[in-house]
Design a protein around this ligand. Structure first.
Ligand SMILES: [Zn+2]
Length: 178
């Protein structure tokens, strides 16, 4: 199975490979571009057939009323492989006007457009570089255009998740002590 897939990939690249005349760097780049494209397609497929946060036609709301399922709403996520589309269940409460897409929380995506992987890359690079330099490096390394402003939001996003985990660890520690 694995060999078969590799053979098909090799076949797809055969024309490009002829033009490289033994240039390893170009070959590496071409394989990388191909893997990114496959990665994006695979991720999109896995997301399409995975959970989408649907909890039936209604679910309890914090105001003690209930939230009604409205529709499956699309959302764009910027991943290490490029942009993919999510369709997740969207609920609305007519009494307090709150709305919720349960998948946003359960998937760990939150409300940001960056995927966890791309947000982490932003953070790692932003430790030593400005947001502008980080934006340039993300494009150089992953071929992903992420604006300075989005890099900044991504850094805060990962920061708050890390803080949340720390709080959870603290809570667990206290719970064990009690
Ligand atoms: Zn409500």
């Amino acid at each position: 199975m694995y060999e078969e897939i590799l053979e098909q990939m090799q076949e797809l690249l055969k024309d490009e490979i002829k033009n490289f005349s033994g240039d390893f760097g170009k070959l590496e780049q071409e394989v990388m571009a191909m893997m990114m494209s496959f990665g994006k397609g695979l991720l999109q497929r896995l997301v399409d057939c995975g959970p989408n946060g649907y909890k039936g036609c209604s679910m309890p709301c914090e105001c003690n009323s209930s939230m009604k399922f409205v529709q499956h709403r699309p959302r764009d996520i910027h991943t290490l492989f490029g942009w993919i589309k999510l369709k997740r269940a969207y609920y609305h409460c007519q009494d307090c006007r709150a709305s919720l897409a349960p998948y946003d929380k359960s998937s760990g995506l939150g409300s940001q457009q960056l995927s966890p992987g791309l947000a982490k890359a932003c953070c790692l690079l932003a430790v030593d570089d400005s947001f502008a330099q980080t934006s340039r490096k993300l494009e150089e390394l992953f071929g992903q255009k992420v604006s300075e402003r989005t890099v900044e939001r991504g850094v805060h996003q990962v920061g708050s998740v890390a803080l949340g985990q720390q709080n959870q660890e603290l809570n667990t520690t206290f719970a064990v002590r009690q």
